[in-house]
Design a binder for this molecule. Structure first.
Ligand code: 13P
Length: 256
């Protein structure tokens, strides 16, 4: 079983001073005894400063997206190579807000997965169904299609794969998937990873969507849930660290 990962996706929130204080608080938590792996994904302009605040700690830095090309005339965009240079180890790819507001389809997501690997970043691939898709009974079909497109873009010898199941209807709504709903989607994703990328020994399937200190314990106690991708509750140290501490001690035994 993979070591759990708790990731904060700050989206387009926080002021620089708040971002640095929050990173410092997470860093202090990471210096304490055993805990899950930790990842913070600040907005682009804060990456270097937050990276500095996290330097030498075991809290990883991640970007919220990246452009498929390594460089060039793409005003406003940021290449994976640039993100790696400021200390990023991860890039979120395929977040539903990118799919929805920036029209990123599965091909665009796959191009960004390839770009992340080219830049030696781990892609944190997000997949999830909308409410109408769930109501039509198409959840697993949608999740498998999204995950499949992203997985095929990983190198065939990839050792480590991280996917976040984020049902669109649970993001920022306070409406959370039941543990059973999450487990069903996670199982399907894990099966697909095993089939398409058998080289991946370290497979993590995170849950995201209205994770709070109240909802985290039941989710994180389920063996199918390898951690959480947290939005709103990651913006305050108290709530984020309460989620970090909700990871069952039994899951922290060993590194994958
Ligand atoms: P919320 O935790 O605010 O629902 O956001 C989840 C999310 O989109 C994380 O990527």
């Amino acid at each position: 079983m993979a070591r759990p990962l708790i990731a904060g996706n700050w989206k387009m929130n926080l002021r620089l001073s708040e971002a640095i204080s929050l990173a410092e608080a997470v860093r202090r938590e990471a210096e304490k005894a055993d805990g899950p792996d930790l990842l913070l994904c600040p907005p682009f302009p804060f990456l270097a400063a937050v990276g500095e605040a996290l330097r030498g700690s075991r809290v990883a830095l991640g970007a919220q997206t990246l452009h498929p090309e390594p460089k060039g005339a793409y005003t406003g965009e940021v290449a994976g190579e640039m993100l790696a240079e400021v200390g990023c180890r991860f890039a979120i790819v395929g977040h539903s807000e990118r799919r929805q507001h920036f029209r990123e389809d599965n091909a665009a997501v796959a191009a960004r997965v390839r770009a992340a690997h080219r830049a030696r970043l781990a892609a944190l691939v997000c997949v999830g169904e909308t409410l109408p898709e769930r109501e039509e009974g198409r959840t697993l079909e949608v999740v498998e299609r999204q995950a499949g497109a992203a997985l095929e873009a990983h190198p065939s010898d990839v050792a480590s794969v991280t996917v976040a199941y984020e049902p669109v209807w649970a993001i920022g709504t306070g409406r959370i998937a039941t543990v059973e709903q999450a487990a069903e989607a996670h199982q399907a994703i894990r099966r697909l990873v095993r089939e398409t990328r058998p080289s991946a020994r370290d497979v993590r399937v995170l849950y995201g969507g209205s994770v709070t200190p109240d909802t985290a314990p039941a989710l994180l106690a389920h063996p199918e849930v390898d951690g959480a991708l947290v939005g709103g509750a990651s913006l305050k140290a108290d709530s984020f660290l309460a989620i970090v501490r909700a990871v069952p001690k039994a899951r922290l035994g060993r590194s994958a």
